[in-house]
Design a protein around this ligand. Structure first.
Ligand SMILES: Cc1cc2nc3c(=O)[nH]c(=O)nc-3n(C[C@H](O)[C@H](O)[C@H](O)COP(=O)(O)OP(=O)(O)OC[C@H]3O[C@@H](n4cnc5c(N)ncnc54)[C@H](O)[C@@H]3O)c2cc1C
Length: 378
């Protein structure tokens, strides 16, 4: 006999959002190993909503999330989106990369523009003109209130009758007669016909516990640090700015800048921390390209962005083991895609096809499926 219709493993944005969607008509229990639900990657993001970035599947899932975030249900108590244009720039000799990027993304962000060096400076006066050859500008990019979104999902899940157990690490899983028995570090066991693996960087570890073949998830450390703006000025009219070759980016935050070296160093799943060498490199890049003149770092943190080889999420039932649903591999886009990923995943759990608005955006369940050819060991 089962206790629930589904057990969700992981209380980050993936677990909270699928928990919310499924609990509208099913009994669902969510298990999180930490004391706090968004302790790992979800609590460490740069909080941006950038429709131009990622693979085409990611772009389809991001654009397919905008309507939800613009008009969220009432359990999300403050507006999750606020304007934050995106400016990508090319150093001398790299305008070809800006043009290629513009051509690849224009259909997703039709209001985007190509800029010359002087237009880049108009949009971002702290850039040094001699450092810049050209740029790309997306006026419709946004900043996200990650806490409002995550807490909103949790609130909605609870209002639907969903149960949350924190400080309960899943340590073993057994599948018998169509029912999963999931046991935790607290000595408790929970039973359900469906298990959702929303364990982020630990997705393959959870698969191993279940006796399911892994899908090649690679957690990669990304560092973030904060510096003061020149003379502590408010930065509110500036865009988020990134080097087209991925050397670093900076984002205005009150009277500071959030900066990332855009590092992606493979790691075992862990409580990640910032990479000091990457911070030093990004500070040099920032000071060469801008007049910010950052001398010291106010704070820093690291988090794990987890990818499979083709950098698309892995969403769907495992093809070989009954009742084991994958919801992992969101990489650097798990917050901005969460509304569409949760809607799509809930439809697949219910045995339905993908929502039409996502299919119209090119979202393809075969391309996202566990067991797809690009995930098979080479
Ligand atoms: C520095 C950085 C910047 C980013 N910037 C952005 C951004 O601007 N926009 C954006 O959309 N995305 C961004 N991302 C990516 C985004 O944060 C992730 O895609 C997203 O948070 C992943 O959510 P998740 O729920 O899958 O993982 P997590 O938040 O890590 O949640 C997984 C949970 O599973 C739990 N768990 C694992 N194993 C077990 C077990 N055995 N038992 C019980 N619980 C378990 C973990 O404790 C964890 O809480 C960024 C990521 C980083 C690191």
């Amino acid at each position: 006999m089962s206790d629930f219709d589904a057990i969700v493993i992981g209380g980050g944005i993936a677990g909270a959002s699928i928990g919310y969607e499924l609990s509208s008509d099913r009994s669902v229990c969510l298990l999180e190993m930490e004391d706090a639900l968004a302790f790992h990657t979800t609590g460490r993001s740069a909080a941006t909503f950038l429709e131009a970035l990622g693979t085409d599947q990611i772009r389809g899932l991001t654009t397919g999330s905008r309507a939800f975030l613009e008009n969220p249900p009432e359990m999300i108590e403050s507006a999750p989106l606020s304007p934050l244009p995106l400016l990508m720039y090319a150093k001398h000799g790299r305008s070809v990369a800006i043009k290629e990027f513009y051509e690849a993304v224009n259909r997703w962000v039709p209001n985007s523009e190509l800029l010359d060096a002087s237009q880049v400076i108009e949009h971002c006066p702290v850039m040094r003109e001699e450092h810049v050859e050209s740029g790309f500008y997306d006026p419709n990019a946004m900043e996200l209130d990650v806490q409002a979104i995550h807490q909103g999902y949790v609130r909605g899940f609870r209002a639907n009758g969903g149960k949350i157990h924190r400080s309960e690490k899943v340590v073993s899983m057994k599948h018998e007669s169509g029912i999963w028995e999931v046991s935790t570090s607290a000595g408790n066991s929970y039973r359900a016909p469906i298990v959702v693996n929303a364990a982020g960087a630990w997705g393959d570890e959870v698969a191993k516990l279940a006796g399911v073949a892994t899908c090649g998830l690679v957690p990669k450390v990304r560092t973030i640090f904060m510096v003061n703006s020149p003379s502590g000025n408010d930065t509110k009219d500036l865009p988020i700015v990134g080097d087209i070759d991925g050397a670093y980016y900076f984002k205005p935050e009150g009277n500071q800048f959030l900066v990332s070296p855009m590092d992606q160093t493979p790691s075992a799943p862990c409580d990640a921390s910032a990479d000091e060498i990457e911070i030093a490199r990004a500070l040099d890049e920032l000071n060469a390209a801008t007049t910010i003149n950052a001398k010291s770092v106010n704070s820093n943190w690291g988090g794990l962005r987890t990818f499979v080889a083709d950098e698309n999420p892995v969403l769907g039932f495992d093809p070989h083991v009954e009742g084991f649903f994958w919801m992992v591999g969101q990489g650097g886009y798990g917050i901005q895609t969460s509304p569409a990923v949760a809607r799509l995943s809930a439809a697949l759990v219910r045995g339905q096809g993908a929502p039409k608005d996502l299919v119209d955006r090119g979202v393809d369940t075969q391309v996202l499926a566990p067991g797809r050819p690009s995930l098979l060991p080479k």
